[in-house]
Design a protein. Structure first.
Length: 137
């Protein structure tokens, strides 16, 4: 019977303290703070925003294209991609000719492992050729 009284006492104390410890502030200010939006939506033209710098008007060089789009696969060898600087891996590909290399880069190759344009959707033919020249040097 003594054990039951001790448990009852602990339970009573906990039940009397817990609601006060976790009671939410029900003031108008506290409620407004809890239900306020976490973000705001602005329509175009409602705010002055910093403009992004204008894109370069000229073609990008091969190194820029490589470092932006090609390096993820061709610096690590993902899915058998030949690494930049690995002459042995590039030799059989170069032997097929630059037209074949360009075709594979432009249209994709190997069931998508080499994606079309190497993921550079806005690359021109000249930019892609410059990237091929850079990666195979």
């Amino acid at each position: 019977m003594k054990l039951l009284n001790w448990k009852t006492l602990v339970l009573s104390v906990c039940l009397s303290i817990m609601p006060q410890a976790f009671a939410a502030d029900m003031s108008d200010e506290a409620i407004i703070e809890r239900i306020k939006p976490v973000g705001e939506v602005y329509l175009d033209g409602e705010l002055e925003v910093a403009k992004a710098p204008a894109a370069s008007s000229g073609p990008r060089d091969g190194e820029t294209i490589y470092n932006t789009y090609c390096t993820a696969c061709h610096s690590t060898g993902v899915s058998g991609a030949p690494k930049k600087g690995d002459a042995d891996a590039w030799a059989p590909r170069i032997a097929q000719g630059m037209d074949v290399l360009f075709d594979h880069a432009w249209n994709g190759f190997n069931n998508g492992l080499m994606p079309a344009k190497g993921t550079c959707g806005d690359c021109s033919e000249d930019e892609l050729k410059a990237a091929i020249a850079y990666i195979t040097e």
